[in-house]
Design a protein around this ligand. Structure first.
Ligand code: HEM
Length: 233
């Protein structure tokens, strides 16, 4: 699979899909759903923080962190720091986003953790945290010896891909669940908002697909030149 396509055109598509899906989720939550607030008497404004942070913070920044090795013409050591910092920001924003969903439930008298979406969500964010800590300790500080690093790397990539795919699936189920709640509450099934939410979910899935495709893309010559000779991962 490795090397079937060049990385640069793919990363362009990834960034474009990131912008499209981010704009769509903002239009949905701000224009259609009344905006975002951490404290409000209208508790749905607290909920609105959840999809915005989960998509823009967790999924988009997390995706950019994954492809940073392919998308940035920088030295490997610099890219490693960008990779781990972007993932840390994604994780923190994801945790705040999940916190917003709990806050909305608690202040609205709704039970927690009753849905498949919420179970997958807790699983995703926990595995993401474990993956980040393991990666930090083995590849950055204090750093494992060469054999631990080289044995860990394929597992780090495989586990990272699995967790990222799980995040995309969880988000898609989240969009479906929220739209179903709204439609059961009377929202027009074929109205503009319903289309917007479904297309946001499609853009999110496409974004995730292109992130994963980029992972397997062929290195560009330019990137090879910048990376120079092989350095420890
Ligand atoms: C990977 C990204 C996401 C994760 C990790 C995640 C995680 C969670 C978690 C853990 C809860 C449970 C909160 C509680 O029980 O109090 C929750 C609730 C909820 N989320 Fe997400 N979420 C994600 C993305 C989304 C997106 C994009 C939407 C789209 C609107 C969404 C819609 C919902 C809804 C409607 C609830 C309340 C109902 C329920 O608990 O299932 N989520 N989410």
């Amino acid at each position: 699979m490795a090397g079937i396509v060049k990385a640069t055109p793919l990363t362009f598509v990834v960034h474009a899909l990131a912008v499209v899906s981010a704009v769509m989720v903002l239009i949905w939550c701000i224009h259609y759903r009344g905006g975002l607030a951490w404290e409000a008497t209208d508790k749905s404004l607290i909920f609105n923080i959840h999809p915005v942070l989960m998509l823009i913070g967790f999924i988009i920044l997390g995706g950019e962190a994954i492809i940073s090795y392919k998308s940035l013409p920088l030295k490997k050591d610099v890219k490693k720091i960008i990779h781990l910092v972007l993932h840390a920001i994604a994780l923190i924003l994801g945790i705040i986003g999940v916190w917003a969903a709990f806050k909305f439930h608690n202040e609205s008298g709704i039970l927690n953790l009753y849905s498949l979406h919420s179970w997958l969500g807790i699983g995703t964010i926990s595995l993401y945290g474990i993956q980040w800590i393991y990666g930090f300790v083995v590849f950055f500080y204090p750093g494992g010896n060469t054999s631990i690093r080289s044995e860990s790397l394929p597992w780090h990539v495989l586990f990272g891909i699995f967790v990222y795919a799980l995040a995309i699936a969880t988000a898609a189920i989240g969009f479906l669940e929220k739209l179903t709640f709204l439609q059961n509450g009377g929202l027009d099934k074929f109205g503009s908002e319903a289309f917007l939410v479904n297309f946001t979910a499609i853009a999110t899935i496409l974004f995730g697909a292109f992130v994963l495709l980029t992972v397997y893309a062929q290195k560009d010559q330019e990137e090879e030149d910048y990376a120079g000779s092989y350095s420890a991962i």
